[in-house]
Design a protein around this ligand. Structure first.
Ligand SMILES: Cc1ncc(COP(=O)(O)O)c(C=O)c1O
Length: 508
């Protein structure tokens, strides 16, 4: 009988996604001489060998790359479309508030978008120390509670003239209009939020047409200025034609308002711009999208006889999704039910690390093995070993299984696209589901032209216990190490054992 040769992973990824065994895997990940590199620099295989898995690798220069790429594409689009307004890139900090992420984005020249009182307080601190340079715009979104309004007033009183509250409700204006310093305002168009019917929940933000008119009248009668019109249609909008069609009516809204309000100068389309972090083979024509958007605005402005606005985008996912990855190791394989794929049990929690996998329908993440590219592929499902929750699986039960090398135990996976929202939703530094500890973290940053890294150890048990209100132990619990039996050496396990040996040696 002829034995059919099983497809190896390198062949599978080439056939399925057109990805060659060497070279780019995505626009943030490459494979060179069998090693996977994040941003062309952070060698994930080497990091897994040195530190073991689980490990989070944060590569902040990727944020700079994202910002620079978008600005280049926007400039190209401006030239093609003969758009006379400027393009402004703002970072939606809610995607990742980590100091290193925000500082890197600011160093790349972004403007700032806030979503909460605490966010404005961070902005104020960064503004005072110069990390957020004077002249950068600060757009304040979301429904504003009294402490959020107070934080905005405080930053304006401090001298920041570029803070721009984007009104979500007329009550906010009633409060802020009394501010003694001239303030610039934006209005958020409510109709844009769910015009396409695909973004329920998004339609609660912003002002109706009548409220926008009222806000414009109130501002015109005050010492303040209305400068910005905001229309965001939703998140992760990969269908470019749909994005533009949905935005078209908002551009008309801008033009009509501009006819009444000569100080209006920014059209802000918010977030929603997609990123390569979630799907292998992802493609999006950013230049084409921006060119067509600028043409729509140019033509509509001509029709309404108003100048072309400066165009603002608030990039959250796009900015930070791809700058960090989790490395998780398969520690055991458990057979699936008859006819179902086996389970690869990983040393982490998928639902804690990737909350969007259970919150956002159909949410995927790019998952790439670090080793085993020359091994046959097999269908598998991942399950988190550090919780006992039936939801701690990836992909979701209604999705097809992953195709991964058949190594099983010792396979190390890079889980990508995790830099935006995942840690903010799960919380950072907290007590997590089933007390799954946060993995160690290696953070790469560019400092004065040189790449530097720092290692942050795994969250320890004592910290978790303290957070939960358990008083510190009086007597330290002695560390008992069982004599180790020889086990097959794997990438991450090898490093873990080395660390264990070092710890034992130190304890002695
Ligand atoms: C007002 C506003 N701007 C920007 C963003 C960022 O969106 P994204 O992460 O899709 O870029 C959001 C996300 O919720 C938002 O509400």
């Amino acid at each position: 009988m002829v034995q059919l040769k099983k497809q190896i992973y390198a062949e599978y990824i080439q056939d399925r996604h057109g990805i060659a065994p060497e070279g780019p895997i995505t626009d943030f990940l490459t494979r060179e001489q069998g090693q996977i590199l994040l941003g062309g620099q952070a060698n994930l295989n080497r990091l897994a060998n040195r530190h073991g898995a689980p490990l989070e690798v944060v590569y902040t220069p990727q944020i700079t790359t994202q910002v620079e790429r978008m600005r280049t594409w926007a400039e190209e689009a401006r030239q093609i479309s003969e758009y006379t307004g400027t393009f402004l890139y703002a970072y939606a900090t809610k995607a990742n508030f980590a100091a290193e992420a925000v500082a890197t984005a600011l160093a790349a020249g972004v403007h700032y978008e806030t979503s909460a009182a605490a966010d404005v307080m961070i902005a104020q601190r960064l503004w005072r120390q110069g990390t957020l340079p004077k002249g950068r715009l600060i757009f304040c979104h979301g429904s504003k509670e009294p402490n959020y309004l107070a934080a905005i007033r405080e930053l304006r009183s401090d001298g920041c003239e570029t803070i721009t509250p984007v009104l979500d409700d007329l009550n906010e204006l009633e409060d802020l209009i009394t501010c003694p310093h001239t303030m610039q305002f934006g209005v958020r168009e409510r109709a844009a939020g769910n015009r396409d019917g695909r973004h329920p929940g998004q339609d609660r933000f912003g002002l109706s047409g009548a409220e926008i008119t009222r806000a414009a009248e109130m501002i015109a009668a005050s010492r303040h200025r209305l400068v910005l019109y905001h229309a965001m249609i939703g998140s992760q909008v990969e269908d470019e034609a749909h994005f533009l069609n949905t935005l078209r009516d908002s551009v008309v809204g801008y033009c009509r308002l501009r006819q009444q309000v000569p100080t209006l100068r920014y059209f802000n389309f918010g977030g929603g711009v997609p990123t390569s972090g979630y799907r292998l083979g992802f493609e999006f024509d950013y230049v084409g999208f921006l060119t067509r958007l600028m043409r729509v605005i140019r033509d509509t402005c001509t029709e309404y006889d108003v100048p072309m606005p400066d165009l603002v985008g608030e990039f959250g996912r796009y900015t930070v999704a791809t700058h960090s990855v989790f490395l998780l190791e398969v520690g055991a394989v458990k057979s699936g039910q008859p006819g179902e794929p086996d389970w690869y049990l990983v040393n982490g929690s998928l639902m804690v690390s990737l909350p969007d996998s259970i919150l956002v329908e159909g949410q995927e993440f790019v998952i790439v093995p670090l080793n085993g590219w020359d091994r046959p592929v097999r269908p598998v499902r991942l399950a988190g070993r550090r919780t006992c929750d039936s939801d701690d699986v990836y992909p979701r039960p209604d999705q097809p299984p992953l195709m991964l090398p058949d190594i099983g135990e010792g396979l190390v996976l890079a889980i990508c696209g995790v830099g935006a929202y995942q840690q903010m939703i799960s919380g950072r530094g907290g007590a997590h589901h089933c007390l799954s500890p946060e993995p160690a973290r290696v953070v790469f940053s560019q400092v004065e032209g040189r790449l530097q890294s720092r290692y942050v150890p795994q969250q320890d048990q004592a910290t978790i216990m303290r957070l939960l209100g358990y008083p510190p132990q009086q007597q330290p619990v002695p560390l008992r190490i069982a004599p180790s039996a020889p086990v097959p050496i794997s990438l991450g396990a090898m490093a873990a054992r080395r660390r264990m040996r070092e710890r034992v040696a130190r304890a002695r």
